[in-house]
Ligand binder design. Structure first.
Ligand SMILES: [Zn+2]
Length: 169
């Protein structure tokens, strides 16, 4: 019997699931866009119900995120981990689990292969035999997410930055 094909929803984090600080609401000394403290963590409206909807529809969830300079002095790993763990905890309380969390920690100048829209973060998925690529989707708020979907040949669902997580599936 053929193995069951799994469909995935590859979902961006900042600006899609949680509020992404803009340059306008960045305090002096803070770096725009970074969520480096629990105080900055705000789950966007519709995220819990939207993710539940995806799970009920049979998608497995994978978080795919560019975190510029993670692990450097500009963005020490620990400052990322606390809000990230808090987010995962809050999701878990709602019985929402991400199968995988994939992060590119590089800067654009590093010219790595894993920064979205490049698809290096999904290398292990590309080797999987039981993945349903036709029905898998990318959900995100940025042009990089859109191109990432295109580079993978996947359907793209756009979320308007920092608004309601709304998907029609
Ligand atoms: Zn990278």
């Amino acid at each position: 019997m053929p193995r069951k094909q799994i469909k995935y929803a590859f979902i961006d984090r900042d600006g899609t699931l949680i509020y992404e600080p803009t340059p306008e609401d960045t305090k002096p000394g803070d770096i725009p866009y970074q969520i480096d403290s629990i105080e900055k963590l705000k789950i966007l409206p519709g995220v819990i119900s939207g993710l539940k909807k995806l799970l009920s529809a049979g998608y497995k969830l994978v978080m795919v995120s560019n975190q510029d300079g993670l692990g450097t002095n500009l963005f020490p790993t620990q400052t990322f981990i606390s809000p990230q763990n808090k987010l995962l905890e809050m999701l878990k309380e709602n019985r929402i689990t991400f199968e995988k969390i994939l992060i590119c920690p590089h800067l654009p100048k590093d010219n790595c292969d894993c920064r979205k829209p490049k698809t290096g973060l999904l290398d292990e998925f590309k080797k999987m035999k039981d993945i349903n690529w036709i029905d898998s989707i990318v959900i995100g708020n940025s042009q990089a997410d859109k191109k990432f979907a295109k580079n993978l040949g996947l359907i793209f669902i756009k979320i308007k930055t920092n608004t309601t997580f709304k998907i029609n599936i």
